[in-house]
Design a protein around this ligand. Sequence first.
Ligand SMILES: Nc1ccn([C@H]2C[C@H](O)[C@@H](COP(=O)(O)O)O2)c(=O)n1
Length: 165
Amino acid sequence: MALAFLAAKRSKDPSTQVGACIVDKNNKVVGLGYNGFPIGCSDEEFPWRKGGKTDLDSKYMYVCHAEMNAILNKITADVTGCTMFVALFPCAECAKIIIQSRISTVVYMSDKHASKNETIASKRMLDAAGIKYRRHIPREKKIVIDFDDVDWSGMSQVPQSPVKN
Ligand SMILES: Nc1ccn([C@H]2C[C@H](O)[C@@H](COP(=O)(O)O)O2)c(=O)n1
């Protein structure tokens, strides 16, 4: 989930940055994505403002969601049986792509649009397709990357990364 949030930091959306990270059955990262405009659609030319969902001058007509980008950016032939970690519960359009790509589990952080039809429809499809979903309960409250903490000559981190007991 932390990697999904790190990917989200690359989003140029001024109001909502969403990231998604796909891992395989061995927890290997096989795809990362964040919300952004399609290749060739410049952030300077296309609108980041909110508006009606079908308004030509709003971002909703153009933005690719983090989930879709993570799937399209996959480094494996397919993502069958994989788990997607995503900051925000997938909308109905992303649910369709998740189902068709045969991802088996979705782990999300926020479900703030739970009462909206796009989320209700999403859950209806995920349930029908037998895709499991659950909210992420973070074990760590904070993950800090402080470049000043890195000993560049020895390339070691001070304090060192915690090791599993
Ligand atoms: N599951 C989701 C939900 C939304 N997004 C993206 C699409 C937009 O860039 C932004 C939502 O904008 P808002 O209406 O909150 O200003 O988040 C996504 O990538 N994945």
